[in-house]
Design a protein around this ligand. Structure first.
Ligand SMILES: Cc1ncc(COP(=O)(O)O)c(C=O)c1O
Length: 444
């Protein structure tokens, strides 16, 4: 199929330089296992699980069959004032995977909606307890929580914020970034050690500035994914939990990337041994096949909102989406979670992550412009020195070149990330890493 068979006038591509794309499009028409087929008949290895979504690999029959069966049984049913059997079953499975008493699942359709939902739960929970003055949110520099106004406000990626700042939530602050490029440039499946306690800033500056009694929640990704796979300092998340507990502040983990196996455990919360008050998810839960996101809340949040004096016909939480708990999406989630479990794919992600990390550190260290390498779970990042005056261009050019050579990698600023499906074999890792290494040399 030739490029000219597509009319490209109407589709405005998300998070894509449209002008460049339309001159040299990258269009997939098929996928199976670890590989895509492009419109011009080439094979491309999926080195990024298609935006961290496709843990079990592409075109998995048990998921496809479950979706087809669900379509023939119950295609859709109103999500408000009634529900469907698949939503209850999917919620039960997700709650069983989540740690501690994270037991109540609010469904939505994306990571952005999950972040905004979690922020709204935080406000409603505090208000239900008579602490409606708690309205300050704290995010983190370089955090990514999607593109809704709530998620953007607590997010910390400058390019995503630049144009929209005037419409942000009014009371938001940010923790400092968690990367030390001098002492922790190269991290191979270990927790970065810091000389200083970077959470002192929260205790000594941010909380006193707003007064802790006004703070509703802190939201962080256990590992900062979209910014380029930045790892939390050793003990950071535990200490964050302690500080939040001390001041009655809710802790939200955005697990859109770290959820469902990326670190070799159910969630990042399990990997780091810290139970948040809410945990958001969206990717991997349906293997990317159908949009589904959600927030898993601790029992106490749900209970506080059910403990109301309002009569029973009154809705306790005025929030939800038309497609919350869509039966077909939930059927896909049930089949995905069963498949991930049956094939022990979380464990495999952990094992193959070490292989990926070894390949990154042995191949990229010392290549031109490489200034850092980070690996943890089944994801690794190589950071490059930017071209002076053109930040992001080096990684973008390398990404395009890798694509043209059959490997899909992900640029994030001047970082390149590989995070393949959990079914990845060593031969795929070698191919992805070697293609990327050749391209890094080519773009020196
Ligand atoms: C940590 C995190 N949160 C939220 C989102 C937003 O998810 P979505 O694009 O499904 O809205 C993403 C997307 O990459 C993410 O990585």
């Amino acid at each position: 199929m030739a490029t000219t068979d597509f009319n490209m006038d109407n589709h405005w591509l998300p998070f894509t330089p449209n002008r460049a794309f339309k001159k040299a499009p990258r269009i997939f028409v098929g996928a199976d296992g670890m590989e895509f087929t492009t419109h011009d008949g080439r094979k491309v290895v999926d080195g990024i699980s298609s935006l961290w979504c496709v843990g079990a690999g592409h075109n998995r029959k048990p998921i496809n069959e479950a979706i087809k069966k669900q379509l023939d049984t119950l295609d859709y049913a109103t999500a408000f004032q009634a529900s469907n059997d698949q939503a209850f079953k999917a919620a039960e499975m997700i709650a069983a995977l989540a740690p501690g008493d994270l037991n109540k699942v609010l469904f939505c359709n994306s990571g952005s909606e999950a972040a905004d939902t979690a922020l709204k739960v935080a406000l409603a929970y505090h208000r239900a307890r008579g602490e409606g003055h708690r309205t300050v949110f704290i995010g983190r520099e370089k955090g990514y929580h999607g593109v809704g106004f709530g998620g953007m406000s607590v997010g910390g990626i400058p390019a995503n914020r630049k144009v929209f700042g005037s419409a942000f939530l009014p009371r938001v602050d940010h923790l400092r970034f968690i990367h030390d490029p001098v002492n922790n440039a190269y991290i191979h499946h270990q927790e970065p050690e810091w000389q200083e306690d970077i959470l002192l800033e929260l205790e000594n500056r941010i909380l006193p500035l707003h007064d802790p009694s006004n703070v509703a929640a802190v939201i962080v990704e256990p590992v900062a994914g979209s910014a380029g796979w930045y790892l939390p300092p050793k003990g950071y998340l535990k200490r964050l939990r302690e500080i939040c507990d001390k001041h009655g502040i809710l802790l939200i983990f955005d697990e859109v990337i770290t959820g469902f196996g990326r670190l070799g455990t159910n969630f990042g919360a399990d990997f780091y041994g810290v139970v948040p008050d809410m945990l958001t998810f969206a990717k991997c839960v349906t293997n990317g096949v159908i949009p589904l996101g959600g927030v898993v809340c601790r029992d106490k949040l749900y209970e506080a909102m059910m403990k109301t004096d309002a009569p029973e016909h009154v809705i306790e939480f005025f929030h939800g989406y038309t497609y919350s708990g869509h039966p077909v999406a939930c059927a896909a989630a049930i089949a995905t979670l069963e498949l991930l479990q049956k094939e022990a794919l979380f464990q495999r992600a952990g094992e193959m992550g070490k292989v990926l990390g070894d390949a990154f550190h042995s191949t990229f260290k010392g290549l031109p412009n490489v200034i850092g390498i980070r690996s943890m779970g089944l994801a690794a990042a190589v950071e490059l020195a930017p071209i002076a005056g053109s930040p992001g261009k080096r990684a973008y050019d390398i990404f395009v070149d890798c694509f043209n050579n059959g490997s899909l990698v992900r640029p994030a600023g001047d970082v390149l990330v590989i995070a393949p499906p959990y079914i990845v074999e060593k031969s795929h890792i070698d191919r992805l890493v070697n293609t990327l290494a050749d391209s890094i040399r080519k773009h020196a």
